[in-house]
Design a binder for this molecule. Structure first.
Ligand SMILES: CC(C)(COP(=O)(O)OP(=O)(O)OC[C@H]1O[C@@H](n2cnc3c(N)ncnc32)[C@H](O)[C@@H]1OP(=O)(O)O)[C@@H](O)C(=O)NCCC(=O)NCCS
Length: 146
């Protein structure tokens, strides 16, 4: 199994990965643009040309400090290949990227009810952040954009 960072040359594999594992109904017309974004990371776990998992992460500048942060935004492994080290391998790869990019920290949000995700993050060295943080979401409609 290989863990690959997909770029603009990997549009077919990226489309296959996102269709198969993320349930994207149709190819995203902006995918090529996203793959060319230096701050965005789409990693794919691939075996015999078959995607087994993907991870999406974003490098965030801090403005007050030269060391950026890495947001681990999404991770998913095919149900048929869970508990075989695929998730761990993708996180290990992202941690290596973080070291290369001189990141201050890497963080991820999940639900405490998601035992697999909590287990994976703990097993790969993350500590649960104890706080009273709450998530607020702005659903930006087309009217707001105009
Ligand atoms: C979470 C997820 C990505 C884990 O991927 P995975 O490839 O199965 O994880 P790994 O095999 O690399 O597991 C590494 C370690 O994580 C922990 N872990 C993984 N799955 C676990 C589970 N179901 N329960 C408890 N711990 C678990 C274990 O410590 C495991 O090591 P071990 O198998 O030697 O005990 C996978 O379950 C998944 O795709 N879930 C659905 C999508 C999802 O919930 N994503 C996270 C959103 S925040």
């Amino acid at each position: 199994m290989e863990i690959l960072r997909l770029g603009t040359d990997d549009i077919d594999l990226a489309t296959q990965t996102l269709t198969l594992l993320k349930g994207n109904a149709a190819p995203d017309p902006s995918l090529h643009l996203s793959l060319g974004d230096e701050q965005g990371y789409l990693l794919a776990a691939v075996q015999n040309n078959q995607p087994l998992g993907f991870l999406i992460a974003y490098l965030l500048p801090r403005f007050s400090n030269p060391e950026p942060m890495m947001l681990l935004y999404e991770i998913e492994v095919a149900a048929t290949h869970r508990r075989q080290g695929v998730g761990r391998a993708m996180i290990d790869k992202l941690k290596t990227i973080c070291h290369k990019r001189n990141c201050f920290k890497m963080w991820v949000l999940t639900n405490t009810s998601n035992l697999a995700a909590c287990g994976l993050y703990t097993a790969t060295g993350a500590e649960r952040h104890q706080s009273d943080e709450a998530e607020y979401v702005y659903h930006l409609t087309n009217e707001c954009r105009s």
